[in-house]
Design a protein around this ligand. Sequence first.
Ligand SMILES: Nc1nc2c(ncn2[C@@H]2O[C@H](COP(=O)(O)OP(=O)(O)OP(=O)(O)O)[C@@H](O)[C@H]2O)c(=O)[nH]1
Length: 284
Amino acid sequence: MKKLSTTHCGYIGIFGRKNAGKSTLLNKIVGEKISITSRIPGTTINNIIGIKTINNYQTIYIDTPGITTKKNVFFLYNKNNFLIKKKKLRLIIFVIHKTQWSEIEDIILKKIKKFLIPIILVINKIDLIDNKKKLLPFINIIKEKYNFLSIIPISAKTQKNISLLLKYIKHNIPKANHDFPHTYTTNSSLVFRISEIIREKFIRFLGQELPYNIKVKIDTYNINYIKKTCFIYALILVNNNRHKKIIIGQKGEKIKLCSILARKNIEKIIQKKIYLKIWVQKTM
Ligand SMILES: Nc1nc2c(ncn2[C@@H]2O[C@H](COP(=O)(O)OP(=O)(O)OP(=O)(O)O)[C@@H](O)[C@H]2O)c(=O)[nH]1
């Protein structure tokens, strides 16, 4: 007879409109910067995986790029994706922005309910809701939309009710072997995370001036184990000279500032002194 596993493991999809706070929530749950965040909608452009293992429980979160229109269909929105086929996706966290429910939320709900797995509705950014009395009538309305496993008002930023959310998650993770070693917090490579941190700084500081889909390529990544230092040369690839000028800024002030911020962030992750050099290059 097959011995039942004493460990628990499950995948959890995080869905929601752009800017709802999905990446912030993922980072808070995992306790590390896994997914980049910014005020600019559409910052996340890949499915990012964050892993949290506490004793025999492993939860694997997939941060999906936010959708705004019916045309945007990403990997996890396709019900033929392998996580659904292999019954690995066990839970969905549907993040909404305060008490905002519009056509976009209806579209997302229509898609995710087809997976036939429990959905927790998370009302995020409650720290920004002045009149908390508005919450209860709103919850009563959205309760009618779907039989959610639970509706939890949270603030990913201040961590309000995150522990309550984690309790619900824990109860819905099945017995299964762990898919990742317990020390893993993501399956993204270090080089990818570094490129994402650099992208985040430019998106945050250049805001609407810059298209969010700028590309960052790590050209060199060299660790000196004796001196405990790391040299990183990164290239920012842009389509035209106007974007190049925006990124560099007057007398190089913008690229300098973003480089300093990125360096500090990367140093925290890899625990070494970093020498970071960033160039901007126009693609052919
Ligand atoms: N006040 C407040 N701000 C929040 C909260 N959660 C996220 N934010 C902010 O909302 C903005 C968007 O957060 P993200 O985590 O990047 O949102 P996202 O849903 O991943 O966005 P996309 O990448 O566009 O899909 C950032 O400026 C966050 O700091 C919260 O609970 N309270």
